[in-house]
Design a protein around this ligand. Structure first.
Ligand code: ADE
Length: 248
């Protein structure tokens, strides 16, 4: 997958994209990330990218010319590639959106800065707008990194075979079951017997039930759309009778 990032601050991406799994994905040729400094598309001596808003008010607005130029040149003739603006006004990013984006061979991410972008940028070149949550950050760079991380790990070959992304929390529509490793007892807290039993079927059943229990306690909203078997539905009904979720 190719990801083009349009930003005023390419240096912000050093670190998150140059370590660990994302580094290896690029070395293996599974992920190709290209940075484009929006300032390189200005035409004036001061390389201006923003200006005061018409109508007054505080803050600065990103001007249409450099950003639209940048998108058009980076995109080229390829008009099927999503051009995604990171903004708190976008649709909310979830695992489902990550899966949707992972199906594209190429993405263009546009990082907004300052108080916003001139509305005509949206109208002319943006095809999608994404928010990573209901809070306001100083720009789209951190959201772009979040999206790249979540999408890259869904590209086949990026995670090792034993780390199947299909079993992720959220991919199943449930939170994950509790994990344990050695030692079998730590500060008088023992690993559940079933995990030491060697009975794979029993382990699977236990994990599935604990995932449902955890989801009921922490994110009962997810259970509205989770895919549960009839037995699991009964298990949930029993849970619901005994304890209320921990909300808030
Ligand atoms: N830019 C500023 N805040 C943001 C958010 N929550 N998501 C995406 N882009 C943003």
């Amino acid at each position: 997958m190719q990801i083009d990032i349009l930003t005023l601050f390419p240096a912000m991406f050093e670190g998150p994209l140059t370590e660990s799994i994302l580094k290896r994905a690029q070395e293996k040729g599974l992920l190709d990330i290209q940075f484009h400094d929006i300032r390189d598309y200005t035409t004036d001596k001061h390389r201006t990218v923003d200006d005061t808003p018409y109508g007054g008010g505080g803050g600065m607005v990103m001007m249409p010319e450099p950003l639209v130029q940048a998108v058009e040149q980076v995109r080229g003739a390829d008009d099927r590639t999503p051009v995604i603006l990171l903004t708190p006004q976008g649709r909310v990013f979830t695992q489902r959106v990550a899966q949707e984006l992972a199906a594209h061979p190429r993405l263009i991410l546009v990082c907004g800065r300052y108080e916003g972008v001139d509305e005509r940028i949206r109208q002319s070149v943006i095809t999608d707008e994404i928010s990573i949550g209901d809070y306001v950050l100083t720009g789209g760079e951190l959201p772009a990194m979040v999206i790249i991380d979540a999408v890259a790990r869904l590209i086949p070959g990026v995670l090792g075979a034993r780390w199947a992304a299909e079993e992720d929390s959220h991919a199943m529509g449930l939170l994950e079951y509790p994990h344990y490793t050695r030692p079998p007892e730590f500060r008088e807290m023992a690993v559940p017997d079933v995990l030491l039993s060697g009975d794979h079927e029993a382990v699977e059943a236990w994990r599935r039930r604990e995932a449902i229990r955890r989801t009921w306690q922490r994110r009962p909203d997810l259970l509205l759309t989770a895919d549960l078997s009839e037995d699991e539905g009964w298990f949930l009904a029993e849970l619901a009778e005994r304890d209320a979720p921990m909300l808030g």
